[in-house]
Design a protein around this ligand. Sequence first.
Ligand code: APR
Ligand code: ZN
Ligand code: ZN
Length: 382
Amino acid sequence: MSQAKFSTETAGKVITCRAAIAWTSNAPLSIEEVEVDPPKAGEVRIKVISSGICGSDNHILDGTFKTPLPAILGHEGAGIVESIGEDVNSVKPGDKVLLIALPQCRKCDSCLHAKGNCCLKEDIFSPFGLMLDGTTRFTCKGRKVHNILGTSTFTEYTVMHEISVVKIDDDAPMENVCILACGFPTGYGAAVNAAQVTPGSTCVVFGLGGVGSAVVLGCKAAGASRIIGIDINERKFEKAKALGVTDCLNPQKFKKPIQQVIMEMTEFGADFTFEAIGTIDTMVAALESCNMSYGVCVIIGVAPAKSQLSFDPMKLLSGRTLKGSLIGEYKIRDDIPLLVDNYMKKKIDVDSMITHKLPFVKINKGFELLRSGKCIRCILLF
Ligand code: APR
Ligand code: ZN
Ligand code: ZN
């Protein structure tokens, strides 16, 4: 096992370390010894310190979100730069960084647009699971292993493109700050950036897991006066109320569709609705729960591969807005360091989303906690 430190002693060399490999879908991850190649030009090798387990990792494992396997999953990480390839300017060995699934190249059409954050260098929508040069830096038992979303955090060392690596404050608490790499900004930014929730408004959040909890925090920070939380797992309700949800509903407890229940509760529909589950039915319910004239519905959940969303277009003609958002519309390298600063100044409450911490080798237990609904966010420590 590697004992690498943040010095030149490992730079330029292959590092042998432990990683959790997803050989196939619908099977436990297996902790294996892997070889991690040195970073090439524009790349950074990072010692992972902590990583959250996100709903999207579970979608990959259960086969609903397709990325090439075998792979090292994980895309919500915090770590320390071990070495850098040529032409890397924004980070240096020893820097604390977040490992994010969405890059910001600062050169493409989307990055150059004031509102765009879906960098064209992404590997999310038709994932190859490889570096931009078409190769991988991971080998296990002589087999090449893919990365996911340009990240891969379920490993002691990973290699990423500089454009997906975000330098953060030297004093950032590395055990918890990984949540700011995916779950927190995805939910919080959906409320404050994508929907632009207004003071005194009514919001509905479908799904009270890690991402939905961050939506709740965003709605509350924006001054929403009523936040209705929807989940089929009533164990989520106590925590949701502590975060700011005013009414909790379990759709399975009603005879009528949940959108009808919400219409009746809010008289004319909610101002803002959010889908943080990832199923077609709940996306349609979220759309139909917002006000027909001025309601805004934001899709955050990742729907199963090849699924199609279908609804009566008259639902939009009346004035509703349907939109989606990725990592909360943040331009990651510009904006996430500021979120980290706000977290360190206790202006945003990230820690209350973290319900479990486990050593990295207990990763399968972490997935079990997510699937059984026993955790909001479980963090793996390396
Ligand atoms: N109706 C209501 N709630 C549901 C339903 C349903 N049909 N199905 C699942 N849920 C709830 C679960 O009980 C859980 O509390 O949705 C929540 C999902 O939360 P997590 O599993 O913690 O997933 P999370 O990490 O929050 O991700 C949610 O956002 O980024 C995407 O890919 C991610 O699609 C996923 C979504
Ligand atoms: Zn995620
Ligand atoms: Zn770009």
